[in-house]
Design a protein around this ligand. Structure first.
Ligand code: KG4
Ligand code: ZN
Length: 332
């Protein structure tokens, strides 16, 4: 079964063809990062206009790479939320139009759920129940997955998402956009123990996260050095920040995993591409738990995970109505 996946929820225009929910025949991603860099973040209007320009060529490229024609497809899937409204609409409308014209099932996909499918797509040994953590530019979601598609949210961020904290700290340090990869690179040369930053946690056994405190602490630390005309060690700040983030994530993640008595954990979202975080979690995890990280190219937004997420639904004969609207605030 061949499914065309389309993803335009944020600033990546992506299309992919996946066979039987497992085999990636093509996975084309056009990142708009260069366009948004000078604004230090995504400008929604620019993002949706660019999606409009790129979506058809990207779909053509993905079909070409998969060496198939439109008539070979069995279903068309697209992200319908959460994300930027104008961006979501582009992928969604094109997917619905294609499905209608080709008389194929159309499947609307939840972007958060799709991030988990980056793992299901790659590792057949994953079994439920498990604990999942999505860490991206817009989300920090700690989830218990007991049965297929039954998601229980156990913890979320009360302010900034983790990726957002990386992006904001990179801006404070004048490192560029997006923040995650540049902070990771800069941190390699720094001492993670050199700067004291706060470790936020909540009372009453809450499993929620907060990342705005650590961002503000970095801001005041830098301002203070500047006021004193003291040198700022960007590498030390980046390394200390990255370590604190890893500690905050691991604390709640392993607490939940033990509470729910699971043997497997899956990660997803752009921040799960961070190699320091990966090795930190591997070191800190209880022995009986196995952690799965998506392959690097499937951590950040892509459409292979969208097509993979649609597969079980199509197999069960399910589809979404063509009236399905974009839902910018869609949750689990
Ligand atoms: O999943 P994603 O591509 O888009 C959203 O759904 O938000 O995640 C993008 C986020 C950005 O905030 C970016 O700074 C962060 O993921 N990111 C990283 C790394 N690569 C991307 N954060 C930390 N380390 C990385 N290597
Ligand atoms: Zn994402």
């Amino acid at each position: 079964m061949l499914i065309l996946g389309i993803e335009t929820s944020c600033d990546e225009t992506a299309a992919a063809v996946v066979e039987n929910g497992k085999k990636i025949l093509s996975n084309v991603v056009a990142s708009q990062v260069d366009l948004h860099r000078k604004f230090w973040g995504i400008v929604p209007e620019i993002a949706s206009r660019k999606h409009l320009e790129l979506i058809i060529p990207i779909i053509k490229e993905s079909l070409g790479e998969a060496r198939i024609k439109l008539k070979d497809l069995d279903a068309v899937a697209a992200t319908y939320g959460p994300g930027l409204l104008g961006s979501l609409l582009v992928g969604l409308i094109v997917a619905k139009g294609l499905a209608y014209a080709l008389e194929l099932p159309f499947i609307g996909i939840n972007h958060l759920e799709a991030h988990f499918y980056a793992n299901f797509l790659s590792y057949p040994e994953i079994v439920l129940p498990l604990v999942g953590l999505i860490i991206s530019g817009g989300h920090t979601e700690l989830i218990y997955l007991s049965k297929e598609r039954e998601y229980e949210i156990l913890g979320t961020t009360r302010d900034d998402a983790v990726g957002e904290a990386f992006d904001k700290v990179a801006r404070i340090l004048d490192l560029g956009y997006p923040g995650g990869p540049v902070i990771e690179k800069m941190a390699e040369k720094g001492n993670p123990q050199s700067i004291k930053l706060p470790l936020t946690h909540f009372k009453n056994n809450s499993l929620d996260f907060s990342f705005s405190g650590i961002k503000t602490a970095v801001l005041y630390y830098v301002k203070d050095l500047e006021r004193k005309k003291a040198p700022v060690s960007t590498a030390d700040i980046a390394a200390s920040f990255q370590l604190k983030i890893a500690q905050m994530l691991s604390k709640n993640l392993f607490k939940v995993a033990c509470l729910k008595k699971v043997k497997q954990i899956i990660l997803g979202g752009g921040v799960s591409a961070n190699l320091f975080l990966r090795s930190f979690l591997e070191k800190e995890k209880p022995d009986h738990i196995k952690i799965f990280f998506p392959p690097l190219e499937l951590c950040t937004d892509n459409a292979a995970m969208v097509a993979a997420c649609a597969y079980p639904k199509v197999k069960q004969g399910k589809s979404s109505p063509l009236s399905l609207d974009a839902q910018p605030n869609l949750g689990f």
